[in-house]
Design a binder for this molecule. Structure first.
Ligand code: OGA
Ligand code: NI
Length: 365
């Protein structure tokens, strides 16, 4: 409780006023009335569970459902996904224990500009500070990444994972959970590939030296939830995100039909899946990466755990050849994932004066 209090106080100026770093522009502030998203599709993955006898009809139906969800929402929830609930609960409990430590202890596994894994509480989204603290952990240790975002600089460095001392076993539980996330992510990628009419394993090659990571988010109660956001509006830059949220609620998605922000209602033991920028580019805009954000509240701590599936740094991202032709030409010029990623990470680390890099910067007119 004391740490939490200190955290809240450290986010306010000494005058007891709102720290302007957190204040969103008028048009991006959350509304007090929220719309609950009934429409976010809930998709039952039982036809592809390992012990299920494969039934072609059920799989075809599932592929259609996924395709419709990707087109209409860019977001969906999955149930019967095969990830152990007790493992998820162990991880969620470990996350709470980690964030309950003193700031000083958390900073022992703090992020720096060389190795941006571990703990930090100063992330900015679109140059406004987020009301949250996070702990990042890579899928692969080491992860290879370009040193700079300069396209002519070929130097590559290695990122590695922090070794949190508390809670005990944290690292082992995370590693076990990441394995489950990768398995689920590959299954989803196959279904998405089929839904686009390309081979099931079409995307596999991109993930050999993947730069995926898992993030632990803690959104403390906020004294001015009408001004600040837990995470400002953004699209996820990678391929696919698999999010575990707790029962508090706060994630909002921009509905494609009317551009309204709608709440993604927590469903116990479900995972929220969203299409990210790379699938948008691969699909040549058939699917879109949808904007989302997180609101905060005055009373409850909220915890969430996204797994960001990202390709290898060297992957060249461009629309799939099978999906383009003369009538439907490529909408993007190719870009290297690693360069894009490094650029993004730099801009999220501190406030900058320029607009962040986005995929539309690669759009062909
Ligand atoms: C993110 C994100 C949503 C949430 O971390 O990119 O969108 O509910 N998080 O925490
Ligand atoms: Ni996100």
């Amino acid at each position: 409780m004391l740490t939490l209090l200190m955290f809240v106080i450290s986010f306010r100026t000494t005058m007891g006023e709102v720290d302007p770093a957190f204040v969103q522009d008028q048009q991006h502030r959350p509304k007090l009335s929220i719309i609950e998203a009934k429409g976010i599709p809930e998709i039952d993955l039982s036809p592809i569970l390992p012990h299920a006898a494969p039934d072609q009809y059920d799989i075809d139906t599932l592929v259609k459902e996924i395709g419709t969800a990707c087109k209409e929402w860019g977001f969906f929830q999955v149930t019967n996904h095969g990830v152990s609930l007790s493992l998820r609960q162990k991880l969620e409990e470990a996350s709470r224990k980690f964030f309950a430590q003193s700031l000083e202890d958390k900073k022992k596994v703090g992020r720096d500009e060389i190795n941006p894994t571990g703990y930090y509480d100063t992330e900015h989204t679109k140059n406004v500070r987020d009301w949250k603290e996070v702990f990042d952990f890579l899928s692969k240790d080491p992860t290879f990444i370009p040193l700079t975002s300069d396209e002519f600089d070929n130097r590559v460095i290695q990122w590695s994972n922090p070794s949190p001392q508390y809670p005990p076993q944290f690292r082992i539980i995370i590693e076990e959970y990441i394995e489950e996330m990768e398995k689920l992510a590959y299954k989803l990628l196959e279904l998405i590939a089929l839904s686009l009419g390309v081979e099931a394993k079409r995307f596999e090659e991109f993930f050999k030296d993947q730069t995926s990571f898992i993030r632990f988010n803690h959104y403390p109660p906020c004294p001015y939830p009408h001004l600040a956001l837990g995470v400002g509006r953004h699209k996820d830059a990678g391929a696919l995100t698999i999010l575990a949220q707790d029962d508090v609620g706060g994630l909002e998605v921009k509905r494609k039909t009317d551009q309204e922000w709608v709440l993604v209602k927590p469903t116990p033991d479900a995972y929220i899946i969203n299409i990210c920028d790379i699938i948008q580019v691969w699909s040549n805009d058939v699917y879109e990466s949808v904007e989302h954000r997180v609101t905060v509240n005055t009373k409850k701590d909220r915890f969430s755990i996204p797994f960001f599936l990202n390709p290898g740094h060297d992957a060249e991202i461009k629309p799939l050849e099978e999906l383009i032709n003369e009538q439907n030409p490529s909408k993007y010029r190719p870009y290297k994932w690693g360069k894009f990623f490094v650029h993004k990470i730099g801009s999220n680390f501190k406030k900058q004066d320029v607009e962040n890099l986005q995929i539309y910067h690669y759009k062909l007119s």
